[in-house]
Each structure stands twice: as C-alpha cells, then as structure tokens.
Design a protein around this ligand. Structure first.
Ligand SMILES: Cc1cc2nc3c(=O)[nH]c(=O)nc-3n(C[C@H](O)[C@H](O)[C@H](O)COP(=O)(O)O)c2cc1C
Length: 173
C-alpha cells in the first residue's frame, strides 16, 4: 500500500477540464509527500520503447528558483513558486517529456496544486545554473505551487480552446 497522498475524487476528465496555467502562488510550502506524488506521476509516464529517457531536477531553494527563472523569458512566476521540476533528456525525447509533464500537471491539479510549463529560453544559462551536461536538453520546466487565486482551477471559458470541429479531420486531413 502506497503512502502517497491520494488525489481527491476529481475524475480524469474533470482534472483535464480544470487544469489551467497557474502563475500566481501562495507562500504555503507544498509538503514533501505531495511533491513526491507529483514526481511519481511523471516517472510513471509512458515513453517510446519504455526508455524512460528523463531525469527530473527538483528545485525548491528560493535563490536557485530565482537563478533558474532568469534563464526564461516568461518565467517571472518561478521565483515565487514552491518548486519547479526541470525536465532533462537527450534531444529527440520531446514527446516523452511531454507525457511526463502532462502526468505531473494532472496529478498536481487533482492534489490542488497549480502548475505552469515554462521554457528556459536561455538554455546555456540553464545548463550552467543547473549543472546539466551539454549533450542533454533542459529547455522545459514545470513550476508548481498552491494557487493564489482560489478560482484558478476553473473550467475553460467558452473560446478558451479551438472547437473540435476546427481541429478534427476524419480519415484524411
Ligand atoms: C510547451 C509550452 C511552453 C510554455 N511556456 C511558457 C512560458 O515560458 N511561460 C509561461 O508563463 N507559460 C508558458 N506555457 C503555458 C501556456 O502559456 C499555457 O499552457 C497556455 O496559455 C494555456 O493556458 P490555460 O490552460 O490556462 O488556458 C507554456 C506551455 C507549454 C505547453
């Protein structure tokens, strides 16, 4: 029996519906077992040939969060987050990293934790700050914290996503 905190009764469909990019966080720390549950959701993701090509760099220290944030162009929120998880892998593993990222973000939503994917545009700086070997990418990180806005997990307003009729093609493009 796992000691992991269990997500609440949100259905998968409801977690998908409610997951918004959350960039404003309270100062409340996220308990270690909740962080671990989120990381485990990423670790359990599917990957091509089950290669599990990822490594996760967990950043919780305030000064290090600010240093990593400086490597992003749209990353100011990270400096005030509870933690960020930098996705590290060999180039070409982007689809797999996306699977791990989505798992972590949905698990976080179900645990009441907000998150935001953030690109580290200045990858050279990210490599330096994080000590990631130069043959691995560290372009994407997911930033987490309890949402400052109690309404953050709202379902999308109409128009928030393109309608299915616009994105779906049947049998041929
Ligand atoms: C690949 C990717 C990169 C993103 N990069 C950033 C980023 O650098 N900074 C940021 O604030 N949000 C970033 N986001 C968050 C998106 O802006 C957000 O998911 C999108 O606007 C939808 O938001 P919503 O679910 O709240 O409607 C990124 C999302 C993805 C999937």
């Amino acid at each position: 029996m796992s000691n992991e905190p269990q997500p609440d009764a949100l259905s998968v469909a409801e977690a998908i519906r409610r997951k918004r990019a959350v960039r404003a966080y309270t100062t409340a720390p996220v308990p270690e077992d909740v962080i671990e549950a989120i990381l485990n959701a990423g670790r359990r993701a599917q990957s091509s040939k089950n290669t599990q090509p990822w490594a996760f760099v967990l950043v919780t220290e305030r000064e290090q969060l600010a240093r990593v944030a400086a490597a992003g162009t749209y990353a100011a929120h990270m400096a005030h987050a509870a933690f960020t998880v930098v996705l590290v892998a060999a180039p070409g593993s982007e689809f797999d990293l996306g699977q791990a990222a989505a798992n972590m973000q949905l698990a976080a939503t179900a645990l009441g934790v907000g998150s935001c994917v953030t690109i580290l545009h200045n990858e050279a700086l990210a490599h330096e700050v994080l000590g990631v070997p130069s043959d691995l990418t560290c372009r994407w990180t997911i930033t987490f914290g309890y949402p400052a806005d109690a309404n953050a997990a709202r379902p999308l307003a109409a128009g928030g996503r393109r309608p299915l009729s616009e994105v779906l093609h049947r049998e041929r493009y």
